[in-house]
Design a protein around this ligand. Structure first.
Ligand SMILES: [Fe+2]
Ligand SMILES: [Fe+2]
Length: 294
């Protein structure tokens, strides 16, 4: 009965879908007029610290990442019936795909209206580590999911893809990056429209990470032989995840606290390991934060 849980309103995936509906927002509504004026001053006044270059680079990474995750989520939805994974997961994934498209829309607007550039320039900013984890390897893992045949192969590919997408990309990088970037701007009182976009996107990413934690916990509990797949997928991606954060280590005065962000990313990794039953840690801390996010 693969669709038996479709109407189970207590399902965590169905509850995430409900939160997505309640917390709807529109990137087109965010006022960027103050950002446009402030941006010119940041470019002019902080050349030695290269703050404008760092903010633009952060936004380029986020824009390219959001474009990539929007491109690669469809195979997850198509896998749900083939892997008999439960229609409630598809409810969440449908909302997530809509949200990833909105996140990309926000950055496309920001490049156009504040930086005065096409968002198409973002992809060229990616150094090898983010290019691998955010784009090339994510494409490869979701392509394996697209091609998987048979219930067991689809479930295997689904868990691998969830670990990469919701674990390495969203929990370790996106959520970490949005927290760090929002804090860096808020502490300086800079770019209120960008702060607001970061805040709202981070809230969505919390639900996407929660989905990943639930899937890893559920599938590893049902099929413990899948635990090593979670571990292998994280270990394969760790160098590029950490390399992506360190892409901001080239600056003498980094606008984000790289040590704090690295620790935050590794904390998310440990919580996924705990959800998989691979570490003596439970995911309560992360889940408390995710619940607090709405
Ligand atoms: Fe996103
Ligand atoms: Fe996301």
């Amino acid at each position: 009965m693969p669709f038996a849980n479709a109407t189970d309103l207590a399902s965590p995936y169905f509850q995430l879908f409900g939160k997505a509906k309640r917390l709807h927002w529109d990137p087109a509504d965010i006022d960027l007029s103050a950002d446009r004026d402030q941006w010119r001053l940041i470019v002019r006044d902080y050349q030695r610290e290269r703050y404008a270059e760092q903010i633009r680079r952060l936004c380029a990474f986020f824009a390219a990442g959001e474009e990539s995750v929007t491109n690669t989520l469809a195979p997850f939805l198509a896998a749900v019936p083939r892997g008999e994974l439960g229609l409630d997961k598809e409810f969440h994934l449908a909302a997530q795909l809509y949200e990833e498209a909105k996140h990309y829309e926000f950055f496309a607007r920001y490049f156009n209206e504040v930086f005065g550039e096409s968002p198409a320039v973002a992809a060229a900013e990616l150094t090898p580590a983010p290019q691998a984890v955010l784009v090339d390897d994510l494409n490869a893992v979701t392509d394996r999911l697209r091609r998987a045949e048979g219930r067991e192969a689809v479930r295997h590919a689904f868990l691998e893809a969830v670990t990469h997408y919701m674990g390495a990309v969203e929990a370790m990088l996106a959520r970490t990056g949005y927290v760090g970037a929002h804090d860096a701007l808020a502490s300086r009182g800079w770019l209120p429209g960008l702060q607001e976009g970061f805040r709202l996107i981070r809230r969505d990413e919390g639900r996407h990470v929660a989905f990943g934690i639930h899937v890893v916990r559920e599938m590893c509990a049902d099929e413990p032989h899948l635990r090593s797949l979670v571990q292998d997928t994280f270990e394969r991606n760790l160098p590029n995840v950490l390399g992506t954060i360190q892409a901001f280590g080239i600056y003498d005065t980094p606008i984000v606290d790289l040590g704090k962000l690295t620790a935050f990313a590794l904390g998310a990794y440990e919580q996924f390991m705990g959800a998989a039953g691979l570490a003596a840690i439970d995911a309560t801390g992360l889940e408390t934060e995710l619940d607090a996010d709405g």
